[in-house]
Ligand binder design. Structure first.
Ligand SMILES: *[C@@H]1O[C@H](CO)[C@@H](O)[C@H](O)[C@H]1NC(C)=O
Ligand SMILES: *[C@@H]1O[C@H](CO)[C@@H](O)[C@H](O)[C@H]1NC(C)=O
Ligand SMILES: *[C@@H]1O[C@H](CO)[C@@H](O)[C@H](O)[C@H]1NC(C)=O
Ligand SMILES: *[C@@H]1O[C@H](CO)[C@@H](O)[C@H](O)[C@H]1NC(C)=O
Ligand SMILES: *[C@@H]1O[C@H](CO)[C@@H](O)[C@H](O)[C@H]1NC(C)=O
Ligand SMILES: *[C@@H]1O[C@H](CO)[C@@H](O)[C@H](O)[C@H]1NC(C)=O
Ligand SMILES: *[C@@H]1O[C@H](CO)[C@@H](O)[C@H](O)[C@H]1NC(C)=O
Ligand SMILES: *[C@@H]1O[C@H](CO)[C@@H](O)[C@H](O)[C@H]1NC(C)=O
Ligand SMILES: *[C@@H]1O[C@H](CO)[C@@H](O)[C@H](O)[C@H]1NC(C)=O
Ligand SMILES: *[C@@H]1O[C@H](CO)[C@@H](O)[C@H](O)[C@H]1NC(C)=O
Ligand SMILES: *[C@@H]1O[C@H](CO)[C@@H](O)[C@H](O)[C@H]1NC(C)=O
Ligand SMILES: *[C@@H]1O[C@H](CO)[C@@H](O)[C@H](O)[C@H]1NC(C)=O
Length: 774
């Protein structure tokens, strides 16, 4: 989805090319996209009699109605399919986004995807999906535009990594599956996005001159077949397996062809190989053709207008009237259009959206600055109750997840949990209230950052800041919120009268859609703020609220006694961090990415600063192949500050007793949603024991990594969060599915079980306790 804050391009449309070339020659070592036509018909596999209902619905439509069913129109929601009252169909309302229903009032703002990943907690991720789904439903939104598995996190700098989960595809895959099952359990459709290899914001869309003439195409992600399968497609396979209703294609090109008209990507990989039965919806303005997109596998054009020329709100479209014309003149086979609508309506019936679905909350129409009423060309039924409060008791879950996603990176001499400090000094512009209004989380200087910006943000109805939650604990609290002042002052001149028991430094790092990060440092002189405070305060605790990876050059400073990575915790931010600081919650989160020692240690940098007039100049070659994040640092044997999977607790754990059992499997090669059935069969069960060896209750996260010859040394293939009382022991089972112990063989074009697979189980990617082999 396109943020309403971003500038729109120029306003002139070129002629409509019905059939574009099936391949676009691209530079470099990567080949053309192989053509895969025709687009496969859905079979409704997995969705019971909903398929027949959808087919019956389609059979009643006129050609004009069919065109409308696959084309968005301006309306109250960020995406709208118009109603067909004649058939009792009240239309579809599509709403952002991955961590909240955005364009409404009185809704919750949940922790971001990166925070979900940091919990390593399937149950919490599922519960968040259920809670979010109920809020979308309560507001009359049929489709929730999330969760996010692309960007995956190839680059530490990518502006939207926090909307997704983790650069590890297994962890992201689990989080996708749990989120989708949660959302869809409430009768709301999820839309897994953005397919595929959408790993940077820079040049994500084509650029045009003032006359609407193309200057340069979107960046092309050039990815080899194995890497595409093992990293970028992997979590989408989980999404399809979970029965996701919809998949959103991305803005970028894949191997030179736009993702939303890439027949290999949509027809071949998604609909054939993964057996996807739902519909492909475009990202907003991601459509650049009519017939090529329809034949390439795109099923729904959003928001419908000719987005690339700024005409998001126009009735003119590559689809719409052009679908009617192309069918009438024989260019487009009506069976393809029927399949598009069948794919759209099957999950609608399967999820029971034809029965008792709440009406669209009229407040969304007033808040929709992207498609204001002045752009509407049709009437909408907005007679329902305005400004319904859909938050329920979700603040409780948000508070719990905020704590459960806060990673304790350093804790010298058990500084934390705090022991009833009488005097606390709070530093940093992330501690307190925003001073300029907090909707859309603009990167204001003052104010705590609870989530990032762009279409993936949430509209806060309420926010608990760290400072107010700390003050509620009753200590003497002094606060210094001006980072410039802190960074340039001798702190002893600020703090009075006696040194505080603890100095809490709150730092933030903003990220948003439409722009990649320019630096991995914390914002607003974060490093200088820490240096200044730590020079004075021997008990300095640093808390970051960040989109993800940060440089932490002060991590080993002797006066920095504790570090907490709080990520983007959502609206209960203050309560969540205070629960961890005071030991109400024992931290159990783990880093869902790696923090390197030096900025220069990261690979997979975004393509930037292309200085060429060649329209095809923006090329991002994924030459690092499988080596992203910890896979890279491990493969290249690079020391890191804090590795993937790392996170401390207020207690300690040990593990023992590795056992590996091989299971009998059927080897069923039938393609079901998610791909061949056998890929999801448990070939091995690995069991370990984990023991809480410390003095307090806490949760451990044993992690299983496989070593596949010819692949990076370790790849996560299992994790489990286990809560244990002090002294308690529990056994943990990891089921290794065929997919988990296989590699994608580009020759046979299939997953092949690897020979000599090693198994390593530990408490992080670099804290391996038990080793075995299959
Ligand atoms: C059909 O598509 C072209 C762009 O190729 C656009 O200029 C035209 O307005 C569209 N027609 C309709 C009826 O939407
Ligand atoms: C791709 O297009 C080029 C130029 O039109 C053509 O020479 C080539 O044969 C095409 N390749 C495929 C695989 O269709
Ligand atoms: C992209 O190009 C690479 C290298 O030629 C090839 O291995 C891969 O299959 C292509 N993928 C797609 C989706 O075209
Ligand atoms: C889809 O099904 C229709 C019949 O409903 C058939 O005519 C058409 O050929 C099928 N398309 C494909 C790609 O199989
Ligand atoms: C479509 O029309 C048939 C009769 O032709 C009817 O039985 C069916 O219920 C209609 N389906 C829908 C979804 O309106
Ligand atoms: C068929 O309709 C499409 C969509 O408007 C148009 O672009 C195309 O030129 C037409 N083709 C023929 C052969 O008339
Ligand atoms: C609902 O709203 C529509 C569009 O504004 C209006 O035409 C219709 O009469 C309303 N229906 C009821 C039941 O109020
Ligand atoms: C931690 O404790 C040790 C032993 O008591 C002490 O020498 C050291 O200075 C302490 N470190 C900090 C940062 O307080
Ligand atoms: C923050 O501190 C700097 C340095 O003392 C000062 O110049 C600036 O005006 C302060 N900002 C605010 C908002 O007080
Ligand atoms: C740590 O804090 C103490 C004050 O308690 C200060 O004297 C010392 O210089 C600080 N250490 C560093 C390395 O800044
Ligand atoms: C871009 O390329 C032109 C022509 O080679 C050169 O004159 C110019 O300095 C380059 N600009 C940048 C920013 O590198
Ligand atoms: C730990 O492992 C051993 C050996 O595998 C097993 O017998 C025992 O029951 C396990 N203990 C627990 C608490 O699971």
């Amino acid at each position: 989805m396109f943020s309403s804050l971003l500038p729109l391009a120029a306003l002139v449309a070129p002629a409509f090319a019905v059939v574009q070339p099936l391949n676009t020659t691209i530079v470099g070592q990567y080949g053309n996209v192989p053509p895969v036509y025709p687009s496969p018909n859905a079979t409704g596999n997995g969705w019971g009699d909903a398929f027949a209902k959808a087919q019956s619905f389609v059979s009643n439509l006129t050609i004009e109605e069919k065109a409308n069913m696959v084309t968005g129109y301006p309306g109250p929601c960020v995406g709208n399919i118009v109603a067909i009252p004649r058939l009792g169909f009240s239309g579809l309302c599509l709403q952002d986004g991955p961590l909240a229903i955005r364009v409404v009032d009185y809704a919750s703002v949940f922790p971001a995807g990166v925070s979900c990943a940091a919990t390593f907690d399937r149950d919490l991720i599922r519960a968040r999906g259920v809670a979010m789904g109920s809020e979308f439903r309560g507001k009359g939104a049929h489709v929730a535009l999330g969760p996010v598995a692309g960007p995956l996190g190839r680059s530490a700098y990518a502006g939207r990594n926090w909307e997704g989960f983790s650069p590890d595809p297994y962890l992201t895959g689990v989080a996708m599956e749990e989120t989708i099952l949660g959302i869809q359990s409430t009768g709301v459709q999820a839309s897994a996005k953005h397919w595929i290899a959408y790993e940077q914001e820079t040049q994500r869309n084509p650029t045009y001159d003032d006359n609407g003439v193309l200057i340069q195409e979107s960046v092309s992600s050039n990815v080899d077949d194995r890497t595409l399968h093992e990293l970028y497609m992997w979590p989408f396979a989980n999404a399809v397996k979970a029965g996701v209703a919809s998949i959103m294609c991305s803005y970028n090109r894949l191997n030179g062809t736009y993702a939303c008209e890439n027949s290999k990507g949509l027809n071949g990989l998604l609909k054939e190989e993964l057996g996807f039965q739902g519909y492909v919806v475009s990202d907003w303005g991601g459509v650049h053709s009519g017939m090529s997109s329809i034949e390439g596998g795109l099923d729904m054009n959003m928001p419908g207008g000719l987005g690339e020329y700024g005409l998001y709100d126009a009735p003119l479209s590559y689809f719409g009237g052009n679908v009617t014309l192309a069918v009438a003149n024989g260019t487009l086979d009506i069976t393809r259009v029927d399949d598009m609508i069948t794919r759209i309506m099957t999950p609608y019936y399967f999820l029971g959206q034809d029965k008792d679905f709440p009406s669209v909350d009229p407040s969304t129409a007033d808040l929709n600055t992207f498609l204001p009423r002045s752009t509407w060309v049709t009437d909408y039924d907005l007679n329902g109750t305005r400004s319904r409060d859909v938050r329920g008791d979700h603040a409780k879950l948000i508070r719990e997840m905020g704590s459960a996603s806060t990673v304790l990176l350093k804790n010298v001499n058990n500084t934390l949990p705090l022991k009833a400090p009488k005097s606390i000094a709070v530093f940093g512009n992330d501690a307190s209230e925003d001073t300029q209004g907090f909707y859309n989380q603009v990167n204001w200087e003052y104010g705590t950052l609870s989530v990032g910006g762009g279409s993936g943000t949430g509209r806060l109805t309420s926010l608990v800041t760290p400072l107010e939650a700390i003050k509620a604990k009753g200590a003497l609290v002094q606060q210094f919120l001006n980072n410039t002042l802190i960074a340039t002052s001798n702190i002893s001149d600020l703090v009075n009268p006696t040194p505080p028991d603890v100095c809490l430094v709150f730092l933030k790092t903003y990220a948003e859609e439409g722009a990649d990060r320019l630096s991995l440092d914390t914002d607003w002189n974060g490093n200088e703020v820490v240096a200044s405070v730590a020079a004075y305060c021997a008990n300095t605790v640093v808390i970051t609220h960040s989109s993800g990876i940060n440089n932490l050059p002060w991590a080993d400073h002797p006066n920095v006694t504790a570090i907490l990575a709080g990520h983007y915790p959502g609206e209960q931010s203050g309560n969540s961090i205070v629960d961890v600081l005071y030991g109400v919650v024992n931290p159990s989160a783990k880093l869902p990415y790696t923090i390197a020692l030096e900025t220069d240690d990261y690979n997979g940098l975004p393509t930037t600063a292309v200085n060429s007039t060649d329209p095809n100049a923006w090329q991002a070659n994924f030459d690092e192949k499988l080596e992203i994040d910890y896979r890279y640092f491990d493969a290249q044997n690079i020391s890191v500050q804090y590795e993937f999977g790392f996170g401390l607790s207020y207690t300690t754990f040990e593990m023992s007793d590795l056992q590996i059992v091989q299971n009998q499997v059927a080897g069923d090669e039938t393609i079901q949603p998610g791909g061949k059935l056998e890929l999801w069969e448990g070939l091995y069960t690995v069991t370990i024991n984990v023991t809480n060896t410390g003095a307090v209750e806490g949760a451990a996260v044993p992690q299983l990594y496989v070593s596949i010859p010819g692949a990076p040394p370790k790849q996560l293939r299992g994790f489990e969060k286990v809560n244990l009382a002090a002294g308690a022991c529990s056994s943990v089972d990891f089921v290794l599915m065929k997919r988990d112990v296989s590699y994608w063989d580009i020759g046979v074009q299939d997953w092949v079980v690897a020979d000599g697979v090693g198994v390593q189980v530990g408490f992080s990617s670099r804290d391996i306790k038990l080793v075995g082999a299959l």
